[in-house]
Design a protein around this ligand. Structure first.
Ligand SMILES: NC(=O)c1ccc[n+]([C@@H]2O[C@H](COP(=O)([O-])OP(=O)(O)OC[C@H]3O[C@@H](n4cnc5c(N)ncnc54)[C@H](O)[C@@H]3O)[C@@H](O)[C@H]2O)c1
Length: 327
């Protein structure tokens, strides 16, 4: 089966491409390399193109026999989305609309969408199930929710089928150390600590030490990127087999505070992590934790790599290997 992976040269997209290739899928990667990296492309056919324009993606569908799509391409920084909402709304919605238009034109009606826990906003109950109210508190989260709404409307009108995967905090790196996280700027906790330890960042800022949690730092649900990747393969198979649309959380249902992560990094690297305590960031909530029941039941998903030790160990291996090339 030939699938199109939009954003396949990025962090989660590249790990998913690896899982898809391993499972025998033919993969076409479509990416503008705005945040994607050549070194994260380890297979599949690569087409350089921008989803902001209609023509390049149309050409892909008219020249390749694509049967389903995985859509990772998006701007992803919550903080930036507060400062520049126009960029987020324009980019995240236009790219998705252009992709969907090209798909429908070509009669391709199956898509796996990268959504986010950000669609839930401030949790009213923990763990967060898929039926939790949807009330994003930042423009980034709004764009994810809007795309989910578009998918629902397109299903009703055009019989498009989708699975929207709502990720919690993606973390870790490919267990073979072929792939890993390379965002720039990096806003995620674990790579930021590792970059600091490797001398690639001058300091490590820890945001929020007065949350109502046991140690005062925020608790998050870290899910290993290879577990995420495998969930995409399962979701794709499910969508093809059942043609039923769905919304599914992808998290480990277990939380760690920032200080617990810091301690684990110290333990695994043997190095001391010093930090600057900073005020909490706009919209940061004390605890985010997924219910993974639906993913386990409907996708038969089993976590293999999402222990904190494995997350830190795989990330550390990748960052140590990659550090000389990070500027
Ligand atoms: N990283 C996380 O923890 C996390 C959590 C929740 C949701 N998500 C979602 O998962 C998806 C992937 O995240 P990531 O961390 O891998 O991000 P990433 O920035 O590493 O990957 C995004 C990819 O999309 C490509 N892209 C962006 N705009 C494009 C365009 N106009 N045309 C073509 N390609 C374009 C980029 O070059 C990059 O390769 C995003 O949709 C993000 O919102 C990520």
């Amino acid at each position: 089966m030939k699938v199109l992976v939009c954003g396949g040269a990025g962090y989660i997209g590249s790990h998913t491409v690896k899982s898809l290739l391993r499972e025998g899928f033919e993969v076409v990667i479509f990416d503008n390399f705005s945040s994607g990296k050549e070194e994260l492309v380890i297979g599949g056919e690569v087409i350089r193109g921008d989803l902001d324009d209609k023509e390049p993606i149309r050409r892909v569908f008219s020249t390749k026999k694509i049967e389903a799509v995985l859509h990772f391409a998006s701007l992803i920084q919550v903080g930036e989305s507060y400062l520049n909402p126009q960029r987020y709304y324009t980019h995240n919605l236009t790219t998705s609309l252009n992709l969907l238009e090209a798909m429908l034109e070509a009669g391709v009606k199956k898509i796996i969408f990268s959504s986010s826990a950000a669609v839930y906003g401030t949790p009213q109950e923990i763990p967060i199930t898929e039926s939790h109210p949807l009330n994003p508190i930042n423009p980034y989260g709004h764009t994810k929710l809007f795309v989910e709404r578009i998918l629902q409307d397109y299903e009703r009108a055009y019989d498009l089928k989708f699975i929207s995967l709502r990720y919690f905090n993606a973390a870790g790196a490919d267990p073979d150390a072929e792939l890993g996280e390379l965002h720039n700027p990096e806003t995620h906790l674990i790579p930021n600590i590792l970059l600091f330890l490797l001398g690639k960042k001058q300091s490590f800022d820890l945001y929020g030490t007065d949350f109502p949690t046991a140690d005062g730092t925020a608790i998050r649900d870290y899910i290993h990127v290879t577990d995420l990747a495998e969930a995409h393969v399962l979701a794709l198979r499910k969508l093809v087999a059942s043609a039923e649309s769905d919304f599914i959380n992808l998290g480990a249902s277990r939380g760690f505070s920032v200080l617990e992560v810091v301690k684990k990094v110290e333990e695994m690297t043997g190095r001391k992590v010093s930090f600057n305590a900073r005020p909490k960031r706009l919209g940061d909530v004390p605890v985010l934790l997924a219910s993974k029941e639906r993913a386990e039941q409907r996708l038969d998903w089993k976590l293999r790599y999402s222990g904190l030790e494995t997350i830190v160990e795989t990330a550390w291996r990748w960052h140590r290997k990659t550090a000389p090339r990070i500027d």
